[in-house]
Design a protein around this ligand. Sequence first.
Ligand code: PGA
Length: 221
Amino acid sequence: MKKCFIIANWKSNRTTSQAKEWLETVEKLKVQSEIDKEVIVCPPFTLLSDLKSLIFNLKSSIKLGAQDISPFGPGAYTGAVNGVQIKEFCDYVLIGHSERRKHFHEDEKIITEKVHQAQKNSLHPIFCVQDENASVPDGVSIIAYEPVFAIGTGNPDTPENTENIAKKIKSAHKEVVYVLYGGSINSTNVYNFTSQPSIDGVLVGGASLEAKEFLNILQNA
Ligand code: PGA
């Protein structure tokens, strides 16, 4: 059976109490069939510590990912959270998201440094690309294809086009093992993507914020 990643990207949303309620609901209502999936939640940094404790207490199989990483190691970089710190909580980190590229002016050089910092600290980068021609740093094995027109718009790419792009990315980059899709995924359209042979999961923004809808996504994927 092919691996299926279901990744929640909470972006700049949720407080501690909301995050706890979400995880408790997901764990309470989760059914057996969802356990095979690789479920990763990427909350803001402020929630990582509490979520890690709760995952431990609830014996949850959910993994944590960070939404960002400093391009530098530890040191005098005010405001930055580095890979050593992130590794205390996470196994994964999102890098190259179009919102980081647009609103935080991240260019290829910074993004590549971030990938190096992730790799140095044994974090798996989930490397976001906006089309099949984007450059991919060495050693990246998980790609999320997220066309900008599809993010937060309710207008996803087609599963057929995404399948073609996933195939192209895998054949152009031999180290890439998994290609995920992100952009307006919900519980109604998720299976159209996860049922394609070359698509290995989804990265979900808005629809991951409500526990019940996220559970429906898990169930239908
Ligand atoms: P969306 O966001 O599901 O809200 O479209 C996806 C993403 O930006 O990762």
